[in-house]
Ligand binder design. Sequence first.
Ligand code: MG
Ligand code: MG
Length: 255
Amino acid sequence: MNRITIKSPGQIEKMRVAGSLVGRTLEYVGSLISVGVSTYELDREAEEFIRKNGGEPSFLGYNGFPASICTSVNDQVVHGIPSKKVHLRDGDIISIDCGAIVDGFHGDAARTFLVGNVDESTRKLVEVTRECFFKGAEQAVEGNHIADIARAVEAHARQHGYGVVRDLVGHGIGTDMHEPPEVPNFTDLRIGRGVKLYEGMTLAIEPMINLGTWRVVLADDGWTCSTADGSPSAHYENTVVVKKNSYEVLTNPQS
Ligand code: MG
Ligand code: MG
């Protein structure tokens, strides 16, 4: 879909089903996280859970991506590839990004999980990144613009001195996993206010926040995006629907 779409109540109901599956998958995979587990095992479990519950993993094969979830550990920001060689260690953080399609509609969400005893400053980063999502989502109401979401996310992250990733952004979502408009986590004169929001628009809002610099680098695998200074990074995402005076999270906000 190369244009912004307004979803009907029936389509939003389908997105609730897909979103709920994504939320439950993340909850399930989160419950498996412990010292020693490999990111490959987490991917196997996620794929099985999605299929068993009537969905298909959106990420598998997307532009050639080889797995059903992205597993990004510590300084990896997003798009980490699950591997038999990567075993979680005490003190790690791991961002898991998951997408599923059910009956033609996608859900997309991410959580950053703590592994064992994580140091205070990194725990805080994870907590504030989650808060950034909700600050942004509160702006996802009819009549606002995309930049209102971006400004709210950015302001909360900056207040804590964190770097806000600029190279990757959130997005519209529906029958395609990535639809317009882009949903940045930063404001920029070049971008301006962005498009106006209307009830029925569905957006993946996804702050990617770094403890250090906002700058990121791409690994040789062509996927894994890491912080340029090696500092930890957190990611928190939900699929939301814009309403008249509120927003609704479709991917299980409790987790
Ligand atoms: Mg995602
Ligand atoms: Mg996304």
